[in-house]
Design a protein around this ligand. Structure first.
Ligand SMILES: [Zn+2]
Length: 481
């Protein structure tokens, strides 16, 4: 009934080009052919239950700006040095500084952004959650603003404003990551270009088109069976639209594989959760295409991608990445620090040394893959957690990750109690050969100096958590003690 009423309404509001006016408002550059494709994607008998409507809101001017960004991204890959950002980024921050109250108040008079870079203050998640208006430049054009809410690892909701142009700049960044893996996609206004796959208890689902990707079709779908009309609907939907690009997190990709959905993508772009090498290999074998890990936050956009050699390189050329110590100063080369980012292209959020809460070691030396931008080694999606071996010596969660990434683990939670007892809960890759848990147990006990580790398989790990996220490391010990 609802669909019928909507159809009547949109017919009545048709504009001259044969595209309904409300659709044209959401997707200003949509063509009649793309509108037909979008209609087919939405009204397909096996389409999932859509619960949201949105478009890219991209204008001709935006499209040109994104094309210029793409050209720069592919050509401006100069090596970086520790210290202040490249001049282009410094100039942009200097131009923003008089307009944002946060920047105005924190960057004192007489400060030289290049000379005094390491003494500059850092933005934190708290700055954003307390009052985003304090960070946003004065006189922003709010008419064209998207607002994302993001829960992060703390569960505290953050509202992040962004612009259509900056949101669509995400697509050339994905193109670049794919190109480094030898994948080039020709997008067409008559075909689906990308599906964002989720496997969550609740999430939004919608279909749209991307002007920046030649008006090809896009959908965000939830693989949860109750979200589809019939048992095999998801299989038929993916078979019929077969997008060349699939985005999602490792849990969703493993679920795609487990449900036997006949997707034939050219690349899988993984985000949000850490992608273990074993999971990547398994997915690559199954989907017969590169599975590319990316690191991205709603506050900052994409930060890095994994190259064919398996290293996370800084991805956007207009982003400056540093690793900081607790005192807010850059750590020495080769040391681990908290990842902080400056610059980017979100017109509402001028990032200055924004502390991400994630940790890595920055490597400036050239990589065998040929990308000159620095690499984030041992990237960990949260601050280091301290564990103790049987003799009281520290065990780093990075070492624990190194052990666990050898095994077919989709998600895990490792916890150490005050009495030293260790327990590992694991969501394995479905149908993975058994016997590995004993090997993992032995290796973990060795890492913990003989302290036994209880390993428990939990197929539903993460399924009950909001957004499917599981805190991987929990310890009764803290770094301070
Ligand atoms: Zn590389």
């Amino acid at each position: 009934m609802a669909r019928k009423a909507t159809a009547q309404k949109t017919r009545a509001a048709k504009s001259a080009g044969g595209v309904p006016a409300d659709l044209r408002a959401r997707n200003p550059l949509i063509t009649p052919r793309a509108a037909k494709l979008l209609h087919d994607m939405k009204e397909h008998p096996d389409a999932p239950k859509w619960n949201y409507t949105c478009g890219d809101r991209i204008t001709r001017e935006d499209c040109e700006a994104v094309a210029a960004f793409r050209a720069e991204l592919f050509s401006a890959r100069e090596p970086r040095k520790p210290g202040a950002p490249p001049l282009e980024i410094v100039r942009r921050i200097a131009a923003q500084a008089p307009h944002s109250e946060w920047l105005r108040k924190r960057i004192g008079a007489g400060v030289d952004l290049v000379r005094d870079w390491d003494a500059l203050p850092c933005m934190t998640r708290e700055d954003f959650s307390r009052d985003m208006g304090y960070v946003m430049p004065d006189g922003c054009d709010l008419d064209n603003m998207y607002v994302y809410d993001t829960s992060g690892t703390t569960g505290h909701v953050l509202f992040v404003p962004n612009s259509p142009r900056a949101v669509s700049s995400y697509l050339p960044l994905l193109e670049f990551a794919m190109a480094r893996h030898g994948v080039r996609v020709k997008f067409s206004e008559e075909k689906a270009g990308c599906i964002l796959v989720c496997a969550q208890a609740h999430t939004i689902a919608y279909a749209s088109v991307h002007a920046v990707w030649n008006n090809s079709g896009y959908a965000k779908v939830n693989l949860k069976p109750s979200e589809w009309p019939k048992a095999d609907s998801a299989k038929r939907y993916f078979k019929d639209f077969n997008p060349p690009v699939l985005c999602g997190d490792p849990v969703a990709f493993v679920e795609l594989m487990r449900q036997g959905i006949p997707a034939k993508p050219k690349a899988l772009l993984s985000t949000a959760l850490a992608l273990a090498p074993e999971v990547r290999k398994r997915l690559e074998k199954h989907f017969k295409c590169p599975v590319i890990d990316t690191y991205s936050l709603n506050e900052t956009g994409l930060i890095s991608y994994a190259c064919p050699k398996g290293f996370h390189h800084v991805l956007p050329h207009d982003l400056h990445v540093e690793t900081l110590g607790a005192d807010g100063h850059a750590v020495k080369p080769g040391e681990r620090g908290e990842i902080a980012v400056s610059g980017g292209r979100n017109p509402f959020v001028p990032l200055l040394r924004y502390r991400t809460g994630d940790w890595a070691c920055l490597e400036y030396k050239p990589c065998a893959c040929g990308d000159a931008l620095p690499r984030l080694l041992d990237l960990e999606g949260r601050a280091p957690v301290l564990f103790r071996a049987a003799d009281g010596s520290a065990v780093n969660n990075v070492d624990l990750s190194r052990v666990l990434r050898k095994y077919p683990v989709v998600q895990f939670r490792f916890e150490q109690k005050k009495d030293g007892a260790c327990a590992l809960q694991v969501r394995p890759i479905p149908d993975s050969p058994s016997g590995w848990t004993e090997r993992a147990k032995r290796e973990l006990a060795e890492l913990f100096g003989g302290q036994p580790v209880n390993v428990r398989i939990d197929e539903q790990l993460g399924a009950r958590a909001k957004g499917g996220k599981v805190v991987p490391y929990v310890s009764a010990y803290t770094l301070e003690k």
